[in-house]
Write a protein that binds this ligand. Structure first.
Ligand code: ADP
Length: 302
C-alpha cells in the first residue's frame, strides 16, 4: 500500500531565486524505513515539511493514504508523527504533559494516554525528566522528547528530520534500536533524514538522494552502492596550516580543519598515494564506500 504519493513537487521560498524542491516525484510504501540523504541545502527538510503540510508547495500534489494532504489535515494529525530538525522547547509543557497531551490529541482516551506517557518515558529512558519543563532540557534531552512526542499515540507513519542530531553515541544507538523495533513490531512507516550514514545503512530499506533541490536517485542502498562499488574513500589528516598538494583531477571534501575526504576509483589509489607528499600528511585511512559517499558521488556526477 502506498502511504505517500508525491507527484511533480515544486517549491521556491519567497525572495529565493533557486527552487528548494524541483519536480520531485516519489512513493513511500507502508511498513518501510525510507532514508533521505543529501548535502546541506539539498532540499531535504523542505520536502518533509511539505509532506507534513507545514510548508505549502508551489505546484504538484501529495497524497497521504490516497487523500490530498491539502484537504486532510486531521488525517495527517492523527496518523503521522513529525519531528522537526530544530529541537526547540514544546511551549511551557513538562516532559510528561507533552507526551500525555499528544497521545490524547491523537485519539487516545485519557487513561490510555496516561499509560502511553509512562511507556514512552521508559522506552526513551527519560523517566527522571518527567516533571522538567521542556524549556529546561539540554539539546540532546529535547531531541529524545521530540522523538517520543512524534511517536506518542502510535501513529502508523513517522517523519523524522535528523533524529540522531545532538545525541551521544549511546543515545544514538537507542534511537536506531527503537526505530528498528517499532518498524518490525508495529510496521510503522518511517521516513527519516539523516547524516548518520553507517547506522542508517543498517536500518533503512530504501534511500532517496537529493542534490540541488532534485531527487537524483532512489533505490535500495545495495542497488545504489553497486554503482559506486569500485569507489574507495580516502581520508587525509594533516596540519591545517600545511595542507597537502593533491594530484590534479581529484576533488576533495573538507570534513573539518585538517581533515579531507576524497573519493577514488580502485585504479587511482596506488598512483594517488605515490603522488602525495607524505611529509604534509599526519595520517591517512582508506575505506570502502558508505551510503554517505553515495551523495558525494551524486553531488559530483549530476
Ligand atoms: P536541507 O534540509 O537539505 O539542508 P533545506 O530544505 O533546509 O535543505 O533548504 C533548501 C534550500 O531552501 C536552501 O537553499 C535553503 O537556504 C532554502 N530555505 C530553506 N528554508 C527556507 C526558508 N524558510 N526561507 C527561505 N529559504 C529557505
Amino acid at each position: 500500500m502506498i502511504v505517500y504519493d508525491i507527484q511533480n513537487l515544486f517549491k521556491t521560498y519567497p525572495r529565493q531565486t533557486q527552487p528548494a524542491n524541483k519536480n520531485i516525484s516519489l512513493q513511500i510504501y507502508q511498513g518501510e524505513i525510507f532514508g533521505i540523504l543529501g548535502d546541506n541545502g539539498a532540499g531535504k527538510s523542505t520536502l518533509v515539511r511539505q509532506m507534513a503540510n507545514l510548508v505549502k508547495s508551489d505546484s504538484g500534489k501529495i497524497t497521504f493514504f490516497g487523500e490530498n494532504i491539502a484537504n486532510s489535515r486531521h488525517l495527517l494529525q492523527v496518523n503521522m508523527g513529525y519531528m522537526p530538525q530544530e529541537s526547540g522547547a514544546l511551549n511551557n509543557l513538562t516532559v510528561s504533559e507533552a507526551l500525555y497531551f499528544t497521545s490524547h490529541l491523537r485519539g487516545m482516551s485519557k487513561n490510555d494516554a496516561q499509560k502511553e506517557c509512562e511507556f514512552l518515558l521508559n522506552l526513551w529512558e527519560i523517566k527522571d525528566l518527567r516533571h522538567q519543563p521542556s524549556s529546561r532540557l539540554s539539546g540532546g534531552q529535547r531531541r529524545l522528547l521530540r522523538l517520543a512526542t512524534a511517536m506518542a499515540g502510535s501513529p502508523p507513519v513517522l517523519i523524522l528530520d535528523e533524529p540522531t542530531n545532538d545525541l551521544d553515541p549511546q543515545r544514538r544507538k537507542l534511537v536506531w534500536d527503537i526505530l528498528r523495533r517499532i518498524n518490525s513490531e508495529q510496521e510503522t512507516t518511517i521516513i527519516l533524514i539523516t547524516h548518520d550514514a553507517i547506522e542508517a545503512e543498517k536500518a533503512i530499506q530504501r534511500v532517496g538522494i537529493m542534490h540541488c533541490g532534485e531527487l537524483v536517485a532512489v533505490g535500495r542502498p545495495s542497488e545504489l552502492k553497486a554503482k559506486i562499488d569500485r569507489t574507495l574513500r580516502l581520508e587525509l589528516f594533516f596540519s591545517p596550516s600545511n595542507p597537502p598538494t593533491l594530484p590534479p583531477g581529484l576533488t576533495c571534501y573538507p570534513l573539518e580543519s585538517g581533515h579531507w575526504r576524497l573519493l577514488l576509483q580502485w585504479e587511482q589509489v596506488t598512483q594517488t598515494l605515490n603522488n602525495l607528499n607524505l611529509e604534509q600528511i599526519e595520517d591517512f585511512r582508506l575505506y570502502s564506500a558508505t551510503l554517505e559517499d553515495l551523495y558525494l558521488h551524486y553531488a559530483t556526477n549530476t
